[in-house]
Design a protein around this ligand. Structure first.
Ligand SMILES: [Zn+2]
Length: 295
């Protein structure tokens, strides 16, 4: 009986996944941080110190250095998915307002954009939201809006570089594609979206290890051209052609050694690209705000 239950657990469909896991978001943030001018770094450090969850970020990273706080803030839009202070907008009644936050919605639709075969957007707001948050950060004088928008923008620029976050509408961005991954003994049956989210490394990656991994990625991958949000989205969507395993396993498509290596290389390249581009975008935003308007 126990075996049957365990087998059922393995085959249970995991809940739709969120994004690159925390490691992917922290790596992107650390790479972006290195691209920023000292003025932008200071402005971001100040803005994040005013965020209501700043103390949690200090706690989790065991650090109050701006770069560590920035890396932790990058995972915040995923952290609130399991936080009862927040609610699923469109499905649940709003939770009470929180001091220092502009709203308490989880905004799950912000994390992805799904396209149909003709390239038309069918679901999600990832691309348009990056544009809107960028515009808000360039123009607002309200400190709460700045400290709220920063973790979101940081997070979403990483998400748009994850190919499955610009997924095929027909399979819910890979959430409905079940695969076999013999390299993960703990989770040998999973879905394609989760497989991609977990490629950047273990979710507890922080501190010195995080810095070392970021440095290794930077050595192995060149800076991309900056482009714009539409380019980042289209690049991700095109990568879907290589993102699905094609070898049959016992029951479903299986991750082979070759597929594993290729998908890892793509994930690393995309994280580096996201880091460089996020850095330039933030420098551009905070540069435009000018020293007088720096929050
Ligand atoms: Zn996300």
């Amino acid at each position: 009986m126990r075996q049957i239950l365990l087998a059922l657990l393995f085959f249970a469909v995991p809940a739709p996944a969120s994004a690159w896991n925390a490691a992917g978001h922290r790596l992107t943030a650390v790479i972006a941080w290195q691209q920023l001018s000292p003025t932008t770094q200071t402005a971001i450090g100040k803005a994040l110190s005013r965020h209501p969850d700043y103390a949690r970020w200090v706690d989790r990273s065991h650090s109050s250095q701006d770069v560590d706080i920035f890396a932790e803030a990058a995972t915040w839009p995923d952290d609130i998915r399991n936080d009862p202070r927040f609610y699923d907008d469109g499905r649940e009644p709003a939770t009470p307002a929180l001091p220092g936050l502009t709203d308490t919605a989880r905004h799950k639709r912000w994390h992805y954009v799904d396209l149909d075969a003709a390239g038309q957007v069918k679901a999600g707001e990832l691309d348009t939201r990056i544009e809107r948050l960028s515009r808000l950060l360039r123009s607002t004088g309200k400190k709460a809006e700045i400290s709220n928008a920063l973790p979101w923008l940081t997070h979403l620029v990483a998400d748009i570089h994850q190919p499955l976050h610009v997924g095929r509408h027909g399979d819910e961005g890979g959430n409905e594609v079940e695969i076999e991954n013999p390299f993960n003994k703990r989770l040998p049956f999973t879905n394609l979206h989760v497989y991609w989210d977990d490629l950047p490394g273990p979710p507890w990656l922080r501190g010195k290890r995080l810095q070392q991994n970021a440095a290794r990625l930077l050595e192995n991958h060149p800076a991309p051209r900056q482009g714009n949000v539409a380019l980042w989205r289209d690049e991700s969507h095109r990568l879907l052609a290589e993102a699905y395993p094609t070898t049959s396993g016992s029951l479903r498509p299986i991750v082979t050694e070759d597929f594993r290596q290729r998908s890892r290389a793509i994930a690393e390249r995309r994280i580096v690209a996201a880091g460089y581009r996020l850095g330039r975008l933030l420098d551009d935003i905070f540069g435009q705000r000018g020293p007088g308007k720096t929050p």
